[in-house]
Structure formats: C-alpha cells, structure tokens
Design a protein around this ligand. Structure first.
Ligand SMILES: *[C@@H]1O[C@H](CO)[C@@H](O)[C@H](O)[C@H]1NC(C)=O
Ligand SMILES: *[C@@H]1O[C@H](CO)[C@@H](O)[C@H](O)[C@H]1NC(C)=O
Ligand SMILES: [Ca+2]
Length: 512
C-alpha cells in the first residue's frame, strides 16, 4: 500500500492546442460614438476600422462602463465592477489599490491551452505594488504604461498628490517591469504599433497568441496641449476642420486608425489572417463638450464619459473572424463583460465561470439574444445608477453634478447620415434629481421620459437594482499616498508599496 502511494504520479499535461485561434484584443481609449466613420459621420474617416467592421460582426447594441478602470476590470474578468470593488472612479497615480488579485483575469483563463499573452499599452488596473501588475497576472510581457494617461511624447504621467493643487509627475513607460527612458520624443502610438508588429513577427506558432493592444489613443495626453497628434496627421484636417480642438482630436483618431491598418498588415504578412479573432472596442464614451480638453463627440447620444447616459456607455465594438463568423451585425444586447466568456468559448477554454457576462459566441452567428438585462453601474458615491431590462432603461445620474448630461452636437459636422437617429426632446428628464425611464428602442437618445406611463416597468427595474445592490462588494478605492511620489524614485512611477512592505530603505531606482 505504502509503495503504491509512493508511485502516485501527478501528471501535469498542459492541454496545449496549436490550433486554437489567436486572439487580438484592441481597446481604444475614450473614443466617442461620433468619432469614427462607422456610425455614419464622415468627418473623421477611419477606413481601417470600417474595413474590419465590414468584414466582421458589428455589435449594434453593445455597452461598456462609463470610465477606464471599471471598464478594463470588467473586460479582464467578465464581471460587473460592483462585483470587483471598482464601482467608483478610476485609479489615480498615487492611489494604492487595484483590481484585487483574487480575481482570475483573461490571460490566466487562456493559459489552459497555453496561450502566450502580451499586453501593449495601457493597464490601469493597479500599479502601487508589483502583485497588481499585468506581468504578475498571466501576461508574459507588458510594453506600455500603467496609469490612466500620460504624455504621448515624453511618457510622463502627471497626477494629483495628497496635497491640494500639488501634482506628482514621473516616467510611466515600461518594458515588463523596467522603466524605459530612451523613447523620450517618440509618439506612443508608433511605439505600440511597432511592438505589436514585432510580436507578430517573432511569435512561435506552436502555441496560440493572445495580444491585448490597449491603445493610449485617443485619450487626451498630459501637459498644456493635451490633444497630441503627429503633425502629418494634423495636416490631413487643415482646411477641413477649423475648430482647433476637433482638428487635433481628429488627427489623433486618424493616427490610431492608421495604426490599426499597420497591425492588419502585420497580421496578414505574418500568416495570422486565417486563424485570428479580433475584438475591437472602446472603453467608454468620449469626454465631450470640452471636458478633459478633448474634442470628441457622442452625437446624437446623450451625455458623455463618466455618465451612465448612452453617450458614456453605448460602445463601438466588433468581432472579426471571417473564417467562422462572416460579415454581419449582431443586434442582441451585449456588454463588455461578455467578451471574456465569449472569447473563452472561441478559444477552447470554455469554463463554467462565475461571470456576469454571457457567452455570445454561438449567438454571433445565429443572432440569438441570451442577454436580456444589463447593469450599467451602481456608484455609491455619486449616487448614480442605471439598469436595463429589454429595451427599458431606468437611470439616475448625478456624476459630475449632472453637468454633462445634455446633448452635444459634433462641431462643424454637417453630414447627418447616421446609424442612430433621434427625434426631439419632448419630455426631457433631468435625471440628477429623480429616476427617468426610457424605451431605448424607440428613443435611443433618452429624450422622452416615460416614468409616469410605466409604473410596472419602474417597479420591475427597481427590484433588479435592489438585487444587484445586495451583491455589491465594498469599494477598493484608497486616497492618494505621499509615498507614491515619483520624486522618491528618480522620477519614475514605481510600485511604491513594495518598498514599504519589504521594508526597503533606499528606493532610488535608475531607469534605462
Ligand atoms: C517553437 O516551439 C517549439 C516547441 O516548444 C520548439 O520545438 C521550436 O524549436 C520553436 N521554434 C522556434 C523557431 O523557436
Ligand atoms: C454624407 O455621407 C454619405 C455616406 O458616407 C455620403 O454618401 C455623402 O456624400 C455625404 N454627404 C456630404 C454632404 O458630404
Ligand atoms: Ca477611457
């Protein structure tokens, strides 16, 4: 008996499948609904994204969270931010928290069939201690940045400190866990595109590839002129767009679209076109109406980034996998939490996970509609929440004191051949004072409140809201910490908590 026990051998055979499709996940930061030509406006042509949409499956009824960190958390885990502790705000540079490490994330799920996983660009799910970094959570490499935004050329991030009106600033560009100084002056877009191409060129095809390209574009950069685009792209819009902000913003969008064209070229020349699934999405609506100095637009949708109105949450997204999916549109309701379970099924890693998201893989071909409800969010700090059942949406939104809850036409845009058409606000509802009810099928622009007409639906949605509220996890948010100051680390945004936890005395760190 004893002998037998000694010979129990645990076979650890990884179920590697070279035939699993490669996955390229593209996230565009802060892209507004009316900032790409996909939705009918031809003011900013985005031919490369349009081509992907024409060859792939465009999601017509798709939603993200209203801001970066919650959206990226939802994307990586398939869970609503209320179940991650990320329901309020984004992680700022000096705040010591992140997506809790007890949650398994996308590359960790994909490791079941031996995907080699790389992230390029923005992380924004925690950087105050090393265990929160993507390189400790299933990604084999990270080339990019960790905070929410930075300067596209010098790669410094500037963020609030614990002292009012005082900012912390430092380098935030990394090759894995080493800070990189040598790209001072090179446009972030170009760096990230080159890195993506080099991964495609060197990937060993005996294992499937998972490439997460989280663009810095088209979030505003830092500094006095935050709409940062190369001059060659600004020139394309001279004499076409006269508003300076919109013109520079258009150039940023155009540079991002060109990068996607280069990526697609890299995909085809390196033999990935046949067996690669692409999913492209924005992470939240555009910060329109001058907010955050961006020139973006969500026209004709209501509201903008930070708000749970459609302009902040209705997303632009598509799946591309011509071999299996063909071309078309998916009309069913979809949410950014659906992406993980859907890709897992496509990759042969399907798990009966504890997801808020739905596996839409088969539905994309059959147009079945498994998702009937949607939680936009519950933000316990600003008391903003919205919930949906079928076409009906109940919303109270007090983000930014309700100041960005209106409709903001696109500057200088005259071509109104758009995919979403609105009527006029005959029964507008403030939404910051009391809940409003809308039928989005008839009223995608949230112009006509039907709260009084449909008490039955209001009741039904309130019950759902209460159910979600009961399942909410405490918020992870922490205040800014003086220990984060990059000045302590040779002006680099180091994971400062490592030094505190490890009791290290001299945090001075030289970068390359
Ligand atoms: C690719 O990986 C396989 C399996 O690990 C290995 O045998 C092969 O030599 C690798 N090819 C290259 C070009 O590195
Ligand atoms: C508006 O866009 C449509 C579709 O892209 C195009 O056919 C039309 O010529 C454009 N009209 C104007 C006035 O630019
Ligand atoms: Ca964002």
């Amino acid at each position: 008996m004893l002998g037998l026990a000694c010979f129990v051998i645990v076979l650890r055979i990884a179920n590697c499948a070279a035939s699993s499709p490669n996955i390229v996940l593209i996230v565009i930061d802060d892209l507004g609904w009316d900032d790409i030509s996909l939705h009918g406006s031809d003011q900013i042509p985005t031919p490369n994204i349009d081509k992907l949409a024409a060859e792939g499956v465009l999601l017509e009824n798709y939603y993200t969270q209203a801001i970066c960190t919650p959206s990226r958390g939802a994307l990586m885990t398939g869970k609503y931010p209320i179940h991650l502790g990320l329901q309020y705000d984004v992680i700022q540079g000096a705040q010591p928290y992140g997506l809790p490490t007890d949650f398994k994330i996308m590359p960790q799920y994909l490791s079941g069939t031996c995907y080699k996983s790389h992230i390029i660009g923005k992380w924004h799910l925690g950087h105050s201690r090393s265990e929160l970094l993507p390189t400790r959570r299933g990604f084999h490499s990270h080339f990019g940045f960790r905070l929410g935004h930075s300067d596209y050329f010098n790669h410094w991030g500037e963020e609030s400190s614990p002292v009012k009106n005082e900012m912390y600033a430092g380098l935030d560009l990394w090759s894995n866990e080493v800070p990189i100084k040598k790209y001072h002056g090179t446009y972030a877009n170009d760096l990230f595109t080159k890195r993506a191409i080099s991964i495609l060129e060197t990937h060993n095809k005996t294992t499937p590839l998972f490439l997460y390209l989280a663009h810095q574009a088209v979030h505003v950069g830092d500094g006095e002129n935050p709409l940062q685009a190369p001059l060659s792209f600004v020139k394309k819009f001279e004499g076409k767009i006269y508003d300076e902000k919109r013109k520079h913003y258009a150039a940023m969008v155009s540079a991002m679209d060109a990068s996607i064209g280069e990526l697609m070229h890299g995909i085809s020349t390196n033999g990935f076109a046949e067996n690669t699934i692409i999913f492209l999405t924005n992470d939240n609506g555009g910060p329109t109406n001058g907010m955050a100095s961006s020139g973006s637009s969500n026209h004709p949708l209501r509201g903008c980034k930070y708000t749970l109105w459609e302009g902040g949450t209705r997303g632009s997204a598509l799946f591309w996998y011509p071999k299996k999916l063909g071309a078309g549109t998916y009309k069913g309701m979809a949410h950014i939490t659906d992406v993980l379970p859907t890709l897992l099924t496509a990759s042969g890693n399907a798990v009966a996970g504890n997801f808020d998201g739905y596996d839409l893989w088969d539905a994309l071909s059959t147009n079945a509609q498994p998702r009937k409800d949607l939680l936009y969010n519950i933000d316990p700090v600003t008391h903003s929440w919205a919930v949906r059942s079928g076409d009906f949406k109940l919303i109270t939104d007090n983000a930014l004191n309700g100041e960005y809850s209106g409709w903001y036409p696109t500057v200088e845009s005259v071509n109104l051949t758009r995919t979403v058409k609105c009527g006029s606000a005959s029964k507008a509802c403030d939404g910051s004072k009391r809940p409003c009810l809308f039928n989005l099928a008839a009223d995608p622009c949230e112009e006509n409140d039907i709260f009084d007409e449909r008490p039955d639906m209001v009741r039904k949605l309130m019950v759902k809201l209460n159910e979600y509220q009961t399942s909410m996890r405490p918020m992870e948010n922490r205040p800014n910490s003086a220990a984060a100051d990059p000045a302590r680390f040779d002006f680099v945004w180091m994971p400062w908590e490592d030094y505190e936890l490890g009791g290290l005395q001299n945090p001075q760190r030289r970068s390359q």
